[in-house]
Ligand binder design. Structure first.
Ligand SMILES: Cc1cc2nc3c(=O)[nH]c(=O)nc-3n(C[C@H](O)[C@H](O)[C@H](O)COP(=O)(O)O)c2cc1C
Length: 362
């Protein structure tokens, strides 16, 4: 297997500086996590929304198929974000007809309370996870558990200030998440009533590299070998891929979402609070448009309000009513193929790009 050696690969004990973004809510199946780890990257589960027992089972299953390569887990810290003018009745008026049309009960049956980040991390470590990653908040609540188990702590940030806070809280690796990234913005604090700062990947990675003395990983808009080579040139020790691996055959992503991704234009994704109450980048659809109304609530209430609709739509392959998280470079995703092939293509493409750049000198 062709490898690329960086401070990140040495710290994590992997051959290739490519992390699968833990993507909660379905994409990161045990099969995808195991396939990325077997291919020399780090497979990471997105655990947010799961319970401890399901976490233990899923992590154990991935480890059983990872050929002894390390497997990581990701939790969302995500403190509450209130929203001025929140009005549950306004949301009800939007959702009741949608549920009627989809044949779902209104109101939906109450769901179980989600496990805390610490409960999820403890269950994952008990099952044998060897790396802990966090997004969307100060990681202090899980840092002790990770370090007591000897697991490196990877913390995703979207600003230089949060990168410094992450390291003070115990981060062994910082993921610099640029504005291009699909999914939720990873700012530790989100203002209730104005936009989050949006720093592009190149600008953020370079400044985070200067600000902290732990390995930095670039995230946001990286889809191929030249993207990995560019991240390494900026001083990153590796990349974290979300969107690029949504088209892996092993990913838990319905066909309609895959099709929207590979046909997405560069300017098509939007950052919206409509689906969860926190800003996140995805492709617009009927659901985001319907929920973008006065009275929409904050995090976590807004995330729960249409969860039954998103789940039913994902099960039915209905791309109009599920969340379609996607980064700005989604249009480069290409056809469905095995995760190992995507990791091989990115590694080989980066090595080729680095050689080509070397040839330019002199
Ligand atoms: C479908 C999807 C789900 C995501 N879920 C999570 C998550 O559960 N935890 C997390 O830390 N980041 C999550 N992210 C964000 C990624 O960690 C990462 O920042 C982003 O995917 C990088 O940009 P890219 O999508 O252009 O590769 C998610 C991203 C996507 C696309």
């Amino acid at each position: 297997m062709t490898g690329i050696d960086t401070p990140l690969t040495r710290l994590l004990g992997i051959r290739r500086p490519i992390l699968l973004a833990g993507m909660a809510g379905g994409p990161t199946t045990p099969e995808l996590v195991a396939a990325v780890s077997r291919a020399g990257g780090l497979g990471v589960f997105g655990l947010a929304g799961m319970n401890a027992a399901a976490t233990h089972d899923a992590v154990s299953l991935a480890i059983a198929h990872s050929d002894d390569a390390p497997v990581g887990v990701n939790v969302l810290i995500s403190p509450a974000v209130p929203r001025p003018g929140a009005d549950p009745a306004a949301m009800d008026a939007v959702l009741a007809p949608m549920r009627a049309q989809m044949g779902l009960p209104h109101p939906p049956p109450p769901g179980a309370a989600p496990a805390t980040p610490l409960e999820l991390v403890e269950a994952a470590l008990d099952a044998g996870a060897r790396v802990v990653a966090t997004g969307l908040g100060d990681p202090a609540v899980v840092a002790g558990a990770a370090h007591d188990a000897g697991a490196p702590l990877i913390v995703m940030v979207s600003t230089v200030d949060d990168a410094r806070r992450a390291v003070s809280a115990g981060a062994d690796v910082v993921v610099a998440q640029g504005a291009e990234a699909g999914g939720h913005r990873s700012n530790f604090e989100v203002p209730p009533d104005h936009e989050v700062p949006l720093v592009g990947t190149a600008a953020l990675v370079r400044q985070v590299v200067h600000a902290v003395d732990v390995p930095v990983v670039a995230a946001g808009g990286i889809m191929d070998g030249p993207g990995l080579a560019a991240a390494l040139a900026l001083g990153a020790s590796g990349v974290q891929l979300g969107t690029a691996l949504l088209v892996a055959e092993e990913a838990g992503v319905p066909a309609g979402w895959r099709d929207r991704l590979r046909h997405a234009r560069d300017d098509e994704s939007v950052i919206t609070r409509a689906l969860s109450g926190r800003p996140a980048r995805g492709l617009p659809n009927a659901l985001t448009e319907a929920l973008e109304v006065p009275g929409a609530m904050g995090w976590p209430q807004q995330n729960a309000v249409a969860a039954d609709i998103r789940r039913a739509a994902a099960a039915a392959g209905d791309a109009d009513h599920m969340s379609l998280w996607a980064g700005q470079a989604a249009g480069l995703a290409g056809p469905d193929r095995p995760a190992a092939q995507i990791i091989d293509e990115i590694t080989d493409g980066a090595i080729e790009a680095m050689r080509m750049l070397g040839d330019l000198a002199g």
